[in-house]
Ligand binder design. Structure first.
Ligand code: AMP
Length: 249
């Protein structure tokens, strides 16, 4: 069984993002970029399934600018077998990415597609769900445990107030949550080996998809600064302030 893992290049999670002065987005020039952390978890899960003998080939896909090849290389160094870069000029919206992934799924016929639950740059949490709808496949989102047996993927999902277990008939879509696993670091020999693994480069038009945006960003601003806290001398004073100043009780 083949498995497809979409990996997005985003601002590294350690970077404190700054809004551009013209409020059109966040500053990307000179900023450290990395694989979306939930996608690292998705790649790790795919590699573990391959190590168990459930999966025969892992294909890492990224949709984005040429530099997204670096993100694919990271996935290859973690254990993916080959990569596909769908090259675009800008970072496309979830619907365009989902259409591109559908076209690749039609071509590659994977048994499973594992995505991250969300990309940490724009927090859309939409691509996996849209892809499941476009393909007409079952979906197990926010997965914290995955077991594959006899053509069925059993997925434990993190839902409000507990864990829900669903059984998906494959082919299926899974989106990875934080507790699914702890991704490995790529070893130096594996980073070297990854350089020789193939990456195909295609354009959205080759897949019959128009990635033009449907949404327009009106403006991006910094969150309001947090105000300094106040010290109170007694519970009575606290209750008074909550009631009469904050008006929350
Ligand atoms: P989102 O719906 O944008 O929050 O993204 C959810 C997941 O979809 C990500 O964790 C990735 O697995 C996948 N994804 C989104 N955008 C891209 C992209 N440009 N290239 C590859 N995968 C993507």
């Amino acid at each position: 069984m083949k498995i497809l893992v979409p990996v997005k290049r985003v601002v590294d999670y350690n970077v404190k993002v700054r809004v551009k002065s013209d409020q059109t987005g966040v500053e990307l020039s000179g900023v450290k970029m990395a694989m979306n952390p939930f996608d690292e978890i998705a790649v790790e899960e795919a590699v573990r399934l391959k190590e168990k003998g459930v999966v025969t080939e892992i294909i890492a896909v990224s949709v984005g600018i040429t530099a997204s090849q670096e993100t694919i290389r990271t996935a290859l160094a973690m254990g993916a077998d080959r990569g596909i870069l769908v090259e675009t000029e800008a970072s496309p919206e979830p619907l365009a990415v989902a259409k591109i992934l559908k076209a690749l799924a039609d071509r590659e016929q994977p048994g499973l597609i594992i995505l991250g639950k969300q990309a940490i740059d724009d927090d859309m949490n939409a691509t996996g769900q849209m892809l499941a709808a476009l393909l007409g496949w079952p979906q197990g989102t926010f997965a914290s445990k995955v077991d594959i047996e006899d053509g069925t993927a059993t997925v434990k999902r993190e839902v409000d107030g507990g864990l829900e277990t669903v059984a998906l008939t494959m082919p299926a879509i899974i989106t990875a949550d934080l507790r699914l696993n702890e991704p490995r670091y790529a070893s130096l020999p594996n980073i070297m080996k990854a350089r020789k693994k193939p990456i195909d480069v295609v354009k959205p038009a080759d897949l019959g998809v128009d990635p033009a945006p449907r949404l327009s960003t009106l403006k991006v601003v910094e969150p309001p600064k947090r105000q300094a806290g106040k010290k109170v001398k007694s519970v009575a004073e606290l209750v008074d302030k909550l009631r009469n100043e904050a008006k929350v009780i």
